[in-house]
Design a protein around this ligand. Sequence first.
Ligand SMILES: [Zn+2]
Length: 105
Amino acid sequence: MTPPRTFVNSPLARIARLVLNKAPRVAMVLGQTVHLSGATREEFLADPEWVAHEEVHLRQVRDLGLLRFLWEYLLESKRVGYYQNKFEVEAREGARLFMQRRRGP
Ligand SMILES: [Zn+2]
């Protein structure tokens, strides 16, 4: 799997970080790039579960298109919050299954 493209010290990810109650590190998918704040590319790539989580978001953006993804993501967040947001649920589940497969039977 090719590692995803990243953009470090992203001002947009920094805003998201502040909105998410000063989360220590944030990744945010815009187009097919993972925007990072509070983490280097090396730190991000060293965490396979985190990469797998963002890979799911990259796929969601490819499936829906960026604008529709952002719009539906915001609606979901407003409706059920961050944790129960269906895009986050799918990304967490995808990352969990990825780690399970990686560990093997
Ligand atoms: Zn996520």
